[in-house]
Design a protein around this ligand. Structure first.
Ligand SMILES: [Zn+2]
Length: 430
């Protein structure tokens, strides 16, 4: 069959419903124009009504009012009239590859891709994994700079380091640097007094060696005093809220002096106690759409719920959530940069859906919808040094965005009203 006859066949076939979609063969222009939406571009600028977003080869060419837009001939037009567009959400602290049911699954390419598709289905188009990353994850990261991408982007930390001595620390950091990880991750925590905390001489060596290798160190922590210790040692990213006490002026000054970001991960706390009963979101169709039903059934088991109810640590983390929320508001008001993050990925910390809940918890803590959105887009990108390519809808950045049926600046919960999600200008399967 000639090309013309193939095309004619496809058109007829589509008309009579034999095939549901027609793929135009060969030379499509690779240019797309998304028209008619209200665009919140993730910068400080006011939203643009009736905007046109032109995308070429997965990147934004221009964003502006329709009247000033030039749509190249041959562009594929996508009408988004009546919708609101926001930059794709960036989770500055997640995990991938281990999420089969409540058991730790086997880290595999399939599992990582499954997770990245789940994140994207909820509008989370970038995930910065802070640990437990293996080779398959590195390979997926290395292959993602393509206009054909159709899942969330991934950045990786490699293994979480737990060195036994300063020498060991330097050796392990060198290994992570050789793997070409995006960041070094450590934990400085005693898990509510149940384990040994990494001592200062060791975390100092980790941070110092990271800097020598031009890498940043992200620190898991819980206590205010540890935050001061690691900041004094040069830590670059605070991967959880300070949860034992009110943040004070000295720690705020330390964070601001080097523009170190704090990642609240409020949903991490929620996951530690929420399953003492059956949480209300277990009946939300948006949640159920991408969750493993067996996991939900297991979390509903009365014996398991009773165990959580009686868990001392669960009850302490419940209090810690209140402290974290209070500190989030104070830090944001003080001008400390907040990077939205959740610590999703481990069992029962549901990727994608939890990020949408995190936004709501941040608003509940007292942040405005605009502050919440910025922390989940532009600021998360800046905090993880991704802002050259991600975080806002501006020329030359990847066309990663979420199409909403309602305006999230009016109510942050409107981020749940997802019509479509695009990564590199490609509509992702949901
Ligand atoms: Zn984590």
């Amino acid at each position: 069959m000639s090309l013309n006859r193939i095309a004619a066949f496809l058109i007829v076939a589509a008309a009579i419903g034999v095939v549901s979609t027609v793929t135009v063969p060969a030379q499509s222009s690779g240019i797309k124009a998304f028209t008619g939406a209200r665009v919140i571009d993730g910068t400080d600028r006011a939203p643009i009504d009736n905007a046109t977003i032109v995308v070429r080869e997965g990147r934004i060419v221009s964003v502006g009012p329709a009247g000033r837009a030039t749509v190249p001939a041959g562009a594929e037009r996508v009408s988004l009239t009546g919708k609101t567009v926001i930059p794709g959400l960036i989770n500055a602290h997640g995990h991938v590859g281990n999420t089969v049911g409540l058991q730790q699954g086997k880290y595999s390419r399939e599992n990582v891709l499954h997770d990245l598709k789940t994140y994207a289905a909820y509008g989370v188009t970038t995930v910065y994994s802070l640990g437990d990353d293996q080779e398959a994850g590195f390979k997926i990261r290395d292959a993602q700079n393509t206009p054909a991408l159709d899942h969330a982007r991934l950045y990786v930390a490699g293994p979480v380091l737990s060195p036994k001595s300063p020498e060991d620390a330097r050796r392990l950091v060198d290994e992570v640097a050789a793997m070409k990880a995006d960041i070094v991750k450590i934990r400085v925590d005693d898990n509510l007094g149940t384990s040994t905390k990494m001592p200062p001489d060791i975390y100092k060596a980790v941070i110092d060696e990271s800097h020598k290798k031009s890498m940043r160190t992200a620190v898991h922590l819980f206590y205010l005093e540890d935050a001061k210790g690691v900041l004094d040692a040069g830590a670059d990213f605070i991967a959880h809220s300070i949860r034992d006490k009110d943040v004070d002026e000295p720690v705020i000054a330390m964070l601001k002096r080097r523009d170190v970001c704090v990642c609240p991960t409020l949903m991490r706390e929620v996951s530690t106690f929420a399953y003492e009963t059956t949480p209300s979101w277990f009946s939300d169709p948006l949640f159920l759409k991408h969750v493993d039903p067996k996991t939900v059934e297991q979390l509903k088991e009365p014996a398991r719920q009773e165990q959580m109810k009686n868990s001392k640590s669960a009850q302490r983390y419940k209090v810690a959530l209140e402290q974290a929320s209070k500190n989030l508001k104070k830090l944001a008001d003080s001008g400390v940069k907040i990077a939205m993050g959740t610590d999703t990925g481990p069992p029962a910390r549901f990727q994608g859906y939890f990020e949408l809940m995190e936004l709501e918890l941040m608003a509940k803590a007292g942040l405005t919808p605009k502050q919440v959105l910025l922390s989940a887009t532009r600021d998360a990108a800046r905090c993880q040094k991704l802002d050259q390519n991600l975080g806002t809808l501006e020329a030359n950045k990847w066309a990663d965005f979420v199409v909403l049926d309602a305006d999230p600046l009016a109510n942050i919960s409107n981020t749940r009203k997802i019509a479509d999600v695009y990564v590199a200008g490609n509509r992702v399967a949901r």
